[in-house]
Every structure is written in C-alpha cells, then in structure tokens.
Write a protein that binds this ligand. Structure first.
Ligand code: BDP
Length: 709
C-alpha cells in the first residue's frame, strides 16, 4: 500500500531519480512478487514445508520460496510455516477438512494446527490441487490480502481450460500480435529453455490445464514423428504444472502422410491410420490430451469432402484416442461458399441435426458468436440447441477484430456478457455459462478454449493490457461466476500495485474499454466492417470480393434508405434459431437490445432511438462517444505516471495515442462512407470527416501483422 507520504515520495523520486537500470518490461506477468510493506513482509511464513516428493509439489514449493523471498525484501518473515500437502497425507487426513467438493484440481487454504504446531495449510485432493492452491495464496497476498486468517477454497467449474495457439511451424502466428511463436520448433526437442517453464507457471497460476500447440489451419507435418517428439518435449515441461498438450489435426493427414488415396472417415484403412497415429502419439506423450479439428471451414479438408457428416469425422478421431483417454474438440466454425444462406445461420443449420450423434469423448467447440469474434455479437444460437452434446465455448484472446495489441480493450466484460447471456432453452437462467459448465444438461465432459495472444515478445502478449485478457480468460475458465471487474482489479494489483490510487483508475479504464471499441468500430450491432485480410482499420465499402460473406457490405447492407442486416422473418430469419421467447424479442426492433439492433434489423436512417435521436445521429453519437472514451483513458493513464514504472507507462501511453488516432480514423472513414450512401448532412454539432471518402479508401496495409492465414 502506498501511504500518502510514500506516494508523494514516489512522485518526487520519479522526478529526481534517473530511470532504474532494471526497468520493468512486463515479462513477469502476474508472477511479479513485489516486496510487501513492512507489516505484511514480517507476517510472511518463516518456512515452507513440502510433504511429499513429486515434481508438482516441488514446483509449488519452488514458487512459494521464490515469491516469499521477493515479497519479504530485507525483512525476515516470522509467520507460521506454510505446509504443502495433498489430502492423502495422514496429518491432513486427520483434520477431516471439507475437501469433497474440490475435485482433482481444486484447493483449500486454511490456518490449522498440524503435528501440534500452527501452519497455513495448502491442500487439495491431488498434487495439482496443491499447486493451484500455492498460486492462489500468492495471488491473495499479491493483491493486497493478508495471511492472517486466510481461508480460501475453490474448484474449477469447467473441466478443460485450454489455450488454442494459432502457431505455425515456420514460427509465424496467425492473428498473432506479439512477435513470433514461443514454440521454437527448430531447436525442439533438444532445447527446452526457461521460457517454456515460465509459460507453464503463468498458466498454472490461472488454472489453465491444456494447450493446443499448433494452428487450427493445421499442417499434417505436426503429426510426423519429429514433431511428435517436439510436442513430447513440451509436454514434459508442462506436466508438473498440470497442463496437457493437444494438437490440431489436419483431416487429410492420412492422404498427405499415410499415402492413402482418401481420408474418408468411414474407410477402414483411414480409421486404421488414425488408430495407429494416436497410438504413436500416446507412446511419446502418455497423457496427450487429444485433437482439435477445423474441418470443412475456410478451405480446410473434412468429412464433407466425402459426403460424410461432421459427426462421422469427429467420431473416427474420437475412436482413435478413446482407448488412451483422449478427447476430440471438433469446431463448429463452418460456413460454405456454396451455401447462399446467412453466414450467421450456417453452423446451427449444419450442427444441430447432429445432436446425439457424437461419441462420448467429443466436444463441439463453438465460438461465442455466430459470425466471428466481432467486438460485439449476440451469443451463438447453438448454445442450448444441442442438449446431448457437450459444447465447448471458444473465445478469442488475441484481438484480431479489436485493434490488435495497440488498442486497449479488456475482454473480461465481453466474455462475462456471453457467459451470462440467457439462452432461455430451459426457461430463465439457462445461461451460456450453464451450457458450457455442463450443469444445464448434466454433462461431465466440459471445456472452454481461448485463442492465445501469446508470442515471443518480452512481455508475452504485445502490450501490458493485453496480458489482462490472457489473465481474464484463465480466471473465467476456472470460475465463470467471477465478475469481470473483480478480475480486472486483481490483475491490476498484481501487475502494478494494489494501491487503490492505481487500481481505481486502471479498473475504470478497463471496464469501459471494450464498449469504446464497439462504439468507434461497429456500434449498434454492426459487424465485420474491418479491412480485408488483416482486419485492421475500417473498410465498410468493400463489396467486390469473390465470396459474398467476405465483404463488409454483406454485413451492413446499408443503402440510401437504411442500414443493418434483417435477420427477422422478412430477412434471413436467423432469429428463429433462438429459443421462442428470445426469437420473439429479437424479431421486433422495439424489444431488441439497442446494442444488437443492426445485427437483427435493417432500419431506416431516421428510425427513432431510445435517446430520441434518429438512427443516423445516434450512430454518429456512438462514434464520438467511443473516441471520447479513449481520450479519457489517455488522461487517466497520464495521471498514473507516478505509480507505474517508466517503461510500461510509456508503452501504454504511446499505444493509447495510436488507439485515439485509429478511433478517429474509424469514425471519419465510416461516416464518410455512410454519407456517400445516405446523402445526409452531419447531425447537428458533429464535425464532418476531414478527408473525402477516396482518401480513406486509398489506405492500404499490406504488411499488417498476424495476417498469415
Ligand atoms: C477467423 C480468422 C482466421 C481463422 C478463423 C478460424 O480470420 O484467421 O483461421 O477465424 O477461427 O476469424 O478458424
């Protein structure tokens, strides 16, 4: 905590002292372990006792020792020892603690008497539970909590909490904005440097328990012996941290690697090839998690190539991994250029009839919205529509459609919105979260995936605030009932300082940041207006690409009269894919949430909004509101300079300036284009775009990052 005097001294120090030689570069993430104030430091445990000798318990012990030493600074901790012990330890068992609800990964931390001496006990039903507890204790202390009276217990609500790396074997990352891939395939398996261990520590601290190493747009080479050996080396590093390795599988691998002339999932030779491949992988990686598959989507091969269903394809792979305890995550992100129907309807149309046909070890992985990771989308109508199939929620941590790493957008609020969305399929309270955690339909196999924003950049995620999205994904994956705001506060405390003078403004910046992006990019339910290919910056005018649904104009349908995509019965009738009460609500503009208005309706420019403004004026108002929000974030951040180390402060300040410039660009380019269609004057008081439409249309970004697809 910074007392007023300390804060004043810090300001003075910031002015008078040269920058410290060891500036903070963000590499430590939420594992910074800064020195505590004297009182907290003195209360730190005098010792760490590990009861058992497994790699996982040793990792937990090492983490505590490292953290306590750093937190203590010059002070000697005098608090009761911390004991790390799983439930089976006789002394722990004798305490009769309530461990029944903790499952295999949960933890309990409590002050007890153990062997006749006081101790802070960190326990769980497995060593992994103890490790999670050790990280939870450090999070508690690092975010300002005290050791005295500590009493924490938690268990994950979702079983598989998995990062999806869209990393390519050549080191590039699809939609990656933080440098090259962290997997150095070239030097694996021989070299597994400390970076991989740090990756495991950072993820285990959040409870993430799986990682898919390669891009869903997969190369078959990942399944060859040399790459299996490389994956095995990573699995070895991650194992003590409770993190399993998975691979994206290319459906046509039996043809490309096996020399077969088909990849037909019903062909016995193809099945035998996959059975053998799975056995080969499990020999190298006994706890291999399983496969992630993108099939018949955006040019990827799949079972539809052989007139088989997605269930046929998924079940073939499921059969191959089942004897080894593996699972298949089969993506529902499909849309076909041969299908003239609304792109937003196609996944539902294709997958819903397959409900009940998938093998027991298959999860269908569904993006949060029906189109594609837009700044805002209504929840995907498949949630609630496939009661017999475990549905895995796929979120995108990397900000492909939200300004890459230079726009500050905290996604915790976006994910909270989708998790809390009520599908109404079994009456009120049938939230997406309850579909995903299995409680709505009684599924045991449950999962959630986040497309990683991690790269080889020193700060891992391309910016300090993008680390918060990795953090929030992990925390929500563990416990989706945690409020996005509490997660933001916790992250800010661990990343900077628990001082409310810092966390207050930082949390307020974060909580409004995603709505700001929605406002200046795609307000009122608009979507997919980004530049072609790279998806950076505005290009709502694009209308000449080969596939209709690749064109921004397909999504906004603006013309002289109005704007928006009619998804009611007079249009694509996508509303009918939702449960009846929601379908009725979304069918009428008057009852549709304004945030999703133009997603469901094509409305005249003079449609009267709740504010009393005509739609056109409201649109312009939203753009300006978004820019205003960014300007406000800049002001707030500027004022925090005394409380933040120089390196991280400067980078964020520079990125916020980029964001403000881009927000203005989004507004001006969009307005210039809408006016070219509607011919309307600027609403009263609003400034006209400074350049003409030709200028905005002339901008091009052939080398924007992440566009390796
Ligand atoms: C889109 C991305 C593309 C991905 C695709 C996917 O633009 O790079 O391959 O999603 O999820 O948003 O498969």
């Amino acid at each position: 905590m910074f007392t007023p005097l300390r804060r004043w001294l810090l300001v003075l120090a910031a002015i008078l002292l040269p920058a410290p030689a060891l500036a903070e570069d963000g590499h430590d993430l939420w594992l910074r372990y800064r020195p505590l104030a004297a009182e907290g430091a003195a209360a730190l445990p005098a010792a760490v006792e590990r009861r058992g000798d497994t790699p996982t318990l040793r990792a937990a012990e090492a983490e505590l020792i490292r953290a306590f030493a750093a937190m203590a600074g010059e002070t000697q901790g005098r608090g009761a020892r911390v004991v790390l012990a799983a439930a089976a330890d006789p002394q722990v068992a004798a305490l009769g603690l309530p461990l029944g609800d903790l499952g295999t990964e949960g933890y309990l931390i409590r002050q007890v008497r153990l062997g006749d001496a006081p101790a802070t006990l960190v326990t769980g039903n497995s060593d992994i539970g103890v490790l999670h507890g050790a990280f939870a204790l450090l999070r508690h202390l690092g975010s300002g909590g005290a050791l005295a009276g500590v009493d924490l217990a938690s268990a994950p609500r979702i079983g598989l909490r998995v990062l999806n790396h869209w990393d390519n074997l050549d080191g590039s990352v699809e939609r990656g904005y933080s440098g090259e891939s962290i997997w150095d395939w070239w030097t694996l398996p021989e070299y597994t440097g400390p970076r991989y261990t740090d990756y495991a520590r950072a993820n285990a601290a959040l409870g993430i328990n799986g990682t898919v190493l390669n891009n869903v747009n997969a190369k078959a080479d990942s399944l060859t012996a040399p790459y299996i050996a490389k994956a095995a080396a990573l699995a070895e590093v991650f194992r003590p941290y409770g993190i399993k390795v998975y691979l994206s599988a290319r459906f046509s691998a039996p043809v490309e690697l096996g020399g077969l002339d088909t990849a037909d999932p019903l062909d016995p030779q193809v099945q035998a090839w996959w059975d053998a491949k799975a056995a080969e992988i499990y020999r190298a990686i006994p706890d291999f998690g399983g496969f992630l598959v993108k099939a018949n989507s955006e040019g990827q091969p799949g079972p539809r190539d052989y007139d088989r269903s997605h269930a046929d394809g998924a079940n073939m792979l499921a059969r191959a991994v089942a004897p080894h305890g593996g699972i298949v995550m089969w993506r529902a992100f499909v849309y076909a250029d041969t299908d003239p129907d609304d792109r937003g309807k196609q996944a539902y149309t294709e997958f819903k009839p397959l409900d009940g046909q998938f093998a027991d070890n298959v999860l269908v992985q569904v993006k949060n919205g029906a189109i594609d990771f837009q700044p805002r989308e209504p929840f995907h109508p498949l949630f609630g529509a496939m009661p017999q199939t475990p549905l895995m929620l796929e979120l995108q941590i990397t900000k492909e459609y939200l300004g890459f790493n230079t726009h500050l957008a905290y996604l915790g609020t976006m994910w909270e919105e989708v998790l809390d969305a009520d599908t109404m399929v079994r009456g009120a309270g049938s939230t997406v979260a309850r579909v995903v955690d299995g409680s709505l339909e009684g599924h045991q196999l449950t999962g959630i995936a986040g497309v990683a924003n991690i790269g080889a950049d020193r700060n891992w995620s391309g910016s300090t605030f993008d680390q918060a999205n990795w953090y929030a994904f992990g925390r929500l994956a563990w416990d989706h009932t945690l409020p996005a705001e509490a997660i933001a506060r916790e992250w800010a405390a661990l990343t900077f300082t628990p001082d409310p003078a810092l966390t207050g403004p930082v949390v307020s910046m974060m909580m409004g940041s995603r709505q700001a992006v929605v406002d200046y990019m795609t307000p009122l339910g608009l979507a997919h207006l980004m530049g072609t290919g790279h998806h950076y910056g505005p290009a709502p005018w694009i209308a000449d690409l080969a596939r209709p649904e690749w064109n921004p104009a397909y999504y906004h349908k603006a013309d002289r009269q109005g704007i928006g995509f009619d998804r009611t019965s007079t249009g694509s009738n996508a509303v009918a894919q939702y449960a009846a009460p929601l379908a009725a609500r979304f069918a009428d503009p008057a009852t549709t949430p304004e945030a999703d208005l133009l997603w469901f309706h094509h409305l005249p420019w003079d449609y009267r909004m709740q504010s009393g403004r005509p739609l056109w004026a409201e649109l312009v108002h939203r753009y300006d509101r978004g820019i205003g929000n960014v300007a406000e974030m800049r002001r707030q951040w500027h004022a925090l300079a005394p409380l933040v180390d120089a390196e991280r402060h400067e980078q964020t300040a520079a990125f916020l300036a980029i964001q403000q410039r881009d927000a203005q660009w989004w507004r001006d380019a969009s307005i210039a284009y809408w006016r070219s269609l509607n011919g309307l004057p600027m609403p009263g008081g609003a400034a006209a775009p400074p350049r003409d439409l030709d200028y905005y249309q002339s901008l091009s970004f052939p080398y924007a990052p992440g566009n390796t697809g």
